[in-house]
Design a protein around this ligand. Structure first.
Ligand code: SIN
Length: 503
């Protein structure tokens, strides 16, 4: 059912605190125009209207931010962990207090429904809270030495200046999931947010400066990837690059980082299988499939991309899924009762259209949806396809849209083989009531995350990340902070000598 798009008033008027709507660069603790004065437009994907005009950082701006990050590093990393923790805790509280405004900014630039945007803001805040606590638990080690006159220990120290290149699908949470652990570890960071969604990043910077994060510790430089990101990945000042985005771009960044042997964390594309076995609870499976597939209009790296359904439950599952999908309300994220907002841009809609067309041309059947939505623009109907087979494009490319393609399988072995038949390995979902099968299949799936009988698994205390071409490293949990720490082995010799005697 369609909800007519409202004409939104200018974003600032929606906000309780209009100062959160920042449009300049945040460099070294201050707001600044781009060095060459250029700006770019940020558009609301629901209406196509310009939400704000944002400073487009230059290489010089990015360099300035990195130099500030390098200058502030010694003092920030030397601060007792408890004090870094206290600043991060204040940042967390400020984000939570401003959640309604941050959600409105997020919906205006990204399109997701306001409730979902608010949930993202709180999810984003949870990383800052969690790592504020974890800052105090960066422990070293002692090692039993190999000789009597030695002592051996391991220090864990901040890597140094970090650069984060972040995506538009989670404009808040993908920044805090990187900045939280980096800052807690004692690193400093420069963020280049996606050009579609810089406003959420700049609002986070405004809050960071209000809570007393020292100048230079956290800078935000929006701008073209070929300009700002290029400086970040090639600068000798940067020791670590953390990126969320496509596998294609991740590979290119990794190559650029090789020049100065930077460490990298990459959260890349996925092609998540969602397997429903005959013995699954049908209600749980349908609910999980909707949650996983249609969250954020199908635009998450962990959205189910292929629904593999065993033949005994297949027809009932497809019918129930299609009934539930047909109930999803599509519209402007600011309108009440909307479940699904627009896609991010026209190119995203075109990719979805191509995948559906290709599947239908090769024999798939549209059970519901299957067309651009009557609202036009970037809206697409929530869609279910049946009769999907591995030859179709939708089977091996990430659709990143609201399309649930259903495949049929006969045996457990076939399901695992189909699931793993992809170069990606981020998330996988399994629906079954057989505990032995839960173990067998979870162990056999090539994925960084396996969710069993649920479509939602993200949590700040659990490790998120992929295997194969889905990435390197983990975010969230104590593994997430390890990504921003170096290990230093200290070997202390001659401790049996009394050095005062030689004097
Ligand atoms: C992503 O799509 O990369 C993030 C999804 C999540 O954190 O749940």
């Amino acid at each position: 059912m369609a909800v007519a798009p409202a004409t939104p008033p200018p974003l600032a008027r929606r906000l309780r605190d209009a100062q959160l709507l920042r449009t300049d660069l945040f460099v070294d603790g201050a707001w600044a125009e781009a060095a060459d004065g250029r700006r770019f437009d940020v558009r609301d994907p629901a209406s196509g209207e310009v939400v704000a005009s944002v400073a487009a950082g230059t290489r010089d701006d990015a360099r300035r931010a990195l130099e500030a990050a390098a200058r502030s590093l010694p003092a920030w990393s030397a601060l007792p962990a408890k004090e870094r923790s206290a600043v991060l805790r204040r940042w967390f509280e400020a984000i939570v207090d401003a959640a309604d405004d941050l959600a409105a900014i997020l919906t205006a630039e990204q399109g997701k429904p306001l409730g979902e945007a608010r949930a993202e803001v709180l999810y984003g805040a949870s990383f800052v809270e969690w790592y504020a606590e974890e800052a105090k638990r960066v422990y070293g080690e002692t090692i039993p030495a190999n000789t009597a006159d030695r002592r051996m220990l391991v220090l864990r120290q901040p890597i140094g200046v970090c650069a984060a290149i972040t995506p538009w699908n989670f404009p808040t949470a993908m920044i805090t999931r990187k900045a939280g652990p980096a800052l807690a570890a004692g690193c400093t960071m420069v963020v280049k947010p996606a050009s579609a969604t810089p406003l959420s990043a700049l609002a986070l910077a405004e809050l960071a400066s209000r809570v007393g994060l020292p100048d230079g510790v956290f800078s935000v430089v929006p701008g073209a990837a070929s300009v700002v990101a290029e400086e970040l990945v090639t600068s000798p000042l940067v020791r670590k690059v953390t990126f969320t985005g496509s596998t294609e771009v991740g590979k290119a960044l990794m190559e650029r980082c090789a020049g100065s042997v930077k460490k990298v964390s990459l959260e890349l594309g996925g092609n998540a299988p969602l397997i429903v076995f005959d013995d699954a609870d049908l209600d749980v499976a349908v609910e999980g499939a909707i949650a996983s597939k249609f969250r954020n209009t199908g635009q998450t790296c962990v959205c189910a991309n292929r629904l593999l359904v065993q033949e005994g439950i297949h027809d009932r599952f497809v019918e129930r899924l299609a009934d539930a999908v047909a109930e999803l309300r599509v519209g402007n994220g600011f309108d009440d009762g909307v479940d699904q907002g627009p896609l991010i841009d026209r190119a995203a809609v075109e990719k979805v259209e191509e995948h559906v067309r290709d599947a239908v041309d090769h024999g798939a059947v549209v059970v519901c949806g299957g067309r651009p939505h009557e609202l036009g623009g970037c809206f697409y109907e929530p869609t279910v396809l049946r009769g999907v087979t591995p030859e179709m494009r939708i089977a091996h490319e990430e659709t990143f849209g609201p399309v649930a393609p259903v495949f049929r399988f006969a045996s457990e072995d076939e399901a695992v083989e189909l699931a793993n038949a992809t170069p990606y390995g981020l998330a996988a979902y399994v629906f079954t009531r057989d505990v032995a099968r839960v173990w067998r299949v979870s162990e056999a799936l090539e994925a960084g995350v396996v969710a069993v009988n649920t479509g939602i698994f993200s949590y700040e205390g659990a490790p998120f990340g992929g295997v194969k071409e889905s990435g390197i490293g983990r975010e969230g949990s104590h593994h997430g902070i390890a990504e921003f720490l170096e290990i230093k082995y200290v070997c202390l010799g001659a401790i049996d000598r009394d050095s005062s005697r030689g004097a």
